[in-house]
Design a protein around this ligand. Structure first.
Ligand code: ACO
Length: 325
């Protein structure tokens, strides 16, 4: 049997930090409103770097840490909803930037669940026995799709990228249990990137092209559907919520994490949190949290800690992987 293992983690964010006070100078908002409702204090914002630039930095660092050549990679998956372009994919741009000439590369679109969906997919590529090494990266330049005149969304998001090197060197299954879900019928509550149809044969224009969100509906979705998903995933592995050492959830909002901890009946301290420094970085949020946690010594990538990774967001999409880190 072949098992996948996360052997390296890395993250990269743009240098520029924009605080809540900075935002209050360009829109009608304030630190108290933002922090009390979301837990966010700062976010990193690109001053020109695009999504593939951030992802390529992560890829370079993963290879450097592992002392691997780019040619040794078999695949690169980038989870993003803010690609540089639809064609070529962000992953193909990363492949070219780092010279991973033997790797196939593609983007995966599952919004804030993107990293979880991509890691699940990549684990299957490795356990199939067909591929030995690959990168799974979540990367977003959300600032370019935000409506900067809409204070109800512009204060929530940030830019960043992070990822993992996955290798076929595991001694046991990486994913202990998983459950990925989608409900396209509720998709309109989080919209971004609609493209007008303007041809000699048709004209269809959309009012909303930037990101738009029904905040309350998304909040309710997060606190109703996501804990059920976590419970169902745990049941598959006959685990209780307290048998998980740490929960690494999508970093959208600290109040969502408070409610989640309560619903699952576990200590709030088990829910790691860093949205105060990054805002909501969509597909990058879970791997940034993972990479920081390894840097801070919470995990050693030795398989000793049992962790739940849970994404939720546009699509609607949501899902949990229970993994040993
Ligand atoms: N600063 C100051 N006031 C604001 C701001 C702002 N940035 N934004 C909105 N307001 C005002 C509104 O205009 C409204 O004023 P009114 O009462 O005079 O009309 C008031 O604040 C309350 O607005 P609500 O939208 O009702 O605020 P709410 O308490 O629901 O909080 C929030 C909004 C934080 C967005 C909340 O709904 C939420 O957390 N939703 C979940 C969003 C989320 O997590 N999304 C990410 C998941 S999906 C993904 O990651 C892509």
């Amino acid at each position: 049997m072949t098992f996948a293992k996360i052997t390296q983690v890395a993250h990269y964010v743009p240098e520029k930090v924009v605080s809540n006070d900075d935002l209050s100078k360009i829109m009608d908002t304030n630190d108290e409103w933002i922090y009390s409702r979301t837990g966010i204090k700062n976010r990193h914002i690109s001053t020109g770097e695009n999504t593939s630039d951030l992802a390529a930095e992560v890829a370079q660092e993963l290879l450097a840490k592992a002392q691997l050549s780019p040619e040794s990679l078999d695949f690169i998956i980038v989870a993003t909803i803010t690609p540089d372009s639809l064609m070529p994919s962000t992953a193909a741009r990363v492949q070219a930037a780092i010279g991973a000439t033997n790797a196939f590369a593609y983007d995966l679109t599952a919004a804030c669940s993107g990293f979880v969906f991509a890691l699940s997919t990549a684990e299957k590529l490795i356990t199939s026995g067909n591929y030995q090494k690959g990168l799974v990266i979540g990367a977003e330049v959300f600032s370019k799709v935000m409506d900067w005149s809409d204070r109800s969304t512009a204060v929530l998001f940030g830019d960043g990228a992070a990822g993992v090197l996955l290798e076929n060197t595991g001694e046991k299954p990486l994913i202990v249990a998983e459950k990925l879900q989608t409900d396209g019928s509720r998709g309109e509550s989080l919209l971004s990137g609609l493209t007008n149809i303007e041809t000699p044969f048709a004209s269809k224009t959309y009012e909303k092209q930037h990101l738009s969100m029904e905040g309350r509906a998304i909040f309710d979705f997060a606190v109703r559907d996501v804990p059920k998903n976590i419970q169902a995933t745990l049941e598959k592995a006959e685990l209780s919520a307290n048998e998980i050492d740490f929960y690494l959830l999508h970093q959208a909002n600290s109040r969502i994490l408070d409610k989640m901890a309560k619903k699952l009946g576990v200590e709030r301290t088990k829910f790691l949190q860093n949205m105060q420094e990054y805002g909501n970085t969509s597909a990058a949020s879970i791997p940034i949290l993972l990479s920081e946690s390894v840097k801070n010594g919470i995990f050693n990538l030795d398989g000793a800690k049992r962790v739940a990774l849970t994404g939720f967001g546009g699509g609607l999409t949501w899902g949990t992987l229970v993994i040993d880190l």
